[in-house]
Design a protein around this ligand. Structure first.
Ligand code: ZN
Length: 359
């Protein structure tokens, strides 16, 4: 049973958390995966896990301000603050309010940073025209590093047992130890409130991709995946919204899985509306896609974190995802995307033996 759970970011890790660093008071006794700690292969088996190459929050903000000054089409807005008072940013490219709009959200979980790195690269490309003239046909919103406190390890609980070496440790949770991707109904945390009050409710958004990282051992058809994707699975989502989510997924699959380095599975996700993929689809009628990329930037469990030698292709996977979806919305081709591939796309599984037998 553990082998499946070990691969999952969106849901199961909250259960892991109570057995690990956080030891939340709400759960009594050891959680099922407690013994996973230390049983897996040494994280060196996933390469050198170091955070020194990752952009800090301050470096990200500096980059965004620099791009804002250079790019006429770009606007940079502060949408709120984290628990620790860090400004949260929205990058906006709105050429025509009547155009369709897509939102890219990264790092709700602070230890999942390469999606943010990819989003920053995408911003740079938009400025240089490397992505072509897509801005005339689509409005693009980007909220990078929503959990900036967790990304900087600036939290009210210890991270002593996290595996990454380098400038800092990164954690899934916000400073209060809350999983932001379980807060999309109650909206208690300031980060979630900033997103909903100043982005979701303020713009007419058609599509959203929520970018994450999962463990390192998920596979499809016998090969480790570079990521996995999923549309809203709550029964309360409008079927038309779900169909457009599947089209969004079709564009991602066609562009990533065909690259040679990309290999995507179907994510096994739950139907809770506290999760953005479900809750935002229901509350706002936005077509959402979850993208879980391989390997986290840091973790307290061996086997979740992935070394920096994989950074390049995972950043590229993010850039490919963002560029291809924006382009497909801009030229309208997303409406022709064939969603039938979903019927044949296998749900990812974990390597036999799970964490103990990874190669
Ligand atoms: Zn995540």
């Amino acid at each position: 049973m553990h082998s499946k759970e070990v691969t999952r970011c969106e849901e199961i890790l909250e259960d892991l958390a109570v057995s690990g660093a956080l030891a939340l008071a709400v759960v009594a006794g050891p959680a099922p995966l407690a013994q996973a700690v230390g049983e897996g292969p040494n994280y060196d088996g996933n390469g050198q896990v170091t955070t020194s190459k990752l952009a800090t929050y301050d470096q990200m903000v500096s980059f965004l301000k620099d791009q804002d000054a250079k790019q006429q089409a770009m606007e940079l807005e502060v949408i709120g603050q984290t628990v620790k008072g860090r400004d949260l940013h929205l990058v906006k490219y709105i050429s025509d309010p009547d155009n369709p709009t897509i939102l890219y959200l990264t790092q709700q979980h602070g230890n999942e940073q390469l999606t943010t790195e990819g989003a920053l690269e995408f911003v740079k490309h938009l400025g240089t025209g490397k992505s072509g003239d897509i801005l005339s046909g689509v409005n693009i919103l980007i909220v990078p590093m929503l959990n900036a406190d967790g990304a900087m390890g600036d939290v009210n609980f210890p991270l002593d047992d996290y595996v990454a070496k380098g400038d800092r440790n990164l954690t899934r949770y916000n400073a209060e130890g809350v999983d932001l991707n379980r807060d999309h109904v109650a909206k208690v945390q300031p980060e979630t409130q900033a997103l909903h009050n100043n982005v979701m409710r303020k713009y007419d958004i058609d599509y959203m991709i929520d970018l994450h990282h999962q463990g390192t051992r998920s596979e499809r058809d016998g090969e480790l995946v570079s990521g996995s994707i999923l549309y809203p699975t709550t029964p309360n989502a409008d079927p038309a919204v779900v169909e457009r989510s599947k089209q969004l997924g079709a564009v991602v699959f066609d562009n990533v899985d065909s690259t040679g380095w990309g290999h995507l599975g179907k994510y096994q996700g739950g139907s809770a509306e506290t999760i953005s993929r479900n809750g935002i689809a229901v509350e706002y009628g936005i077509s959402t896609l979850l993208f879980e990329m391989r390997g986290m930037s840091d973790h307290y469990l061996d086997g979740y974190a992935l070394g920096l030698r994989s950074n390049g292709y995972l950043i590229k996977q993010t850039v490919t995802t963002l560029t291809s979806t924006a382009a497909a919305i801009a030229d309208g081709s997303i409406a022709d995307a064939d969603t039938s591939f979903w019927d044949g796309l296998a749900e990812q599984t974990s390597r036999p033996g799970g964490e103990a037998d990874d190669e």
